[in-house]
Design a protein around this ligand. Sequence first.
Ligand SMILES: [Fe+2]
Ligand SMILES: [Fe+2]
Length: 215
Amino acid sequence: MSSTHLSLIDNFIINADRALRTLAAGNDMTSERPSPARPLDEVDLSEAERKKSAALMRVNHTGEVCAQALYQGQALTAKLPDVRAEMEHAAEEEIDHLVWCQERIDSLGSHTSYLNPVWYGLSFAIGAGAGLVSDKVSLGFVAATEHQVCKHLEEHLQELPAQDFRSRAVVEQMLEDEARHADMALNAGGYNFPAPVKGLMTLVSKVMTTTSYRI
Ligand SMILES: [Fe+2]
Ligand SMILES: [Fe+2]
């Protein structure tokens, strides 16, 4: 068998493994950094507050599932000769976010979104497709997505119950990291998409946030 075939099969297995690990409930992924929620005490939340926090953290978790898929798709097709190491570091930070959101949802006694496989597939296709077009488009997609995520996280800081310090600590650290990821992708030459493309992305993300909030 030629090395090209081997590397195609290797890539397929690596990507399938990563997808299953991302999507499996109670997956074996571990974060490099401990969750910012860990040092903080759990406070008593009313049933309504707990449900609200869990729904918002479920939206954030789905966002992180999308980030995993987007970065995996990009890694498969984009060349990224100068910034591959930085992008890999960003992808590792996305694993932290995924694990932190999962932990927080677990401690709030709720579940991750049942639609995550759909969003993973869609984001992987976008990530891989953008990378096939060019690195500039690929990095542009990362920047636009990260900006979109920052907007959601800022909204969530307004909406989360004021005394849910543990969820807030997670969201605040994620916001800091995502803003850095967006800057990095733009500085690396990412295309700044025109308003209609950003509008379409906002629409898709609205569908994602609305459905993940509920199921
Ligand atoms: Fe993230
Ligand atoms: Fe990010």
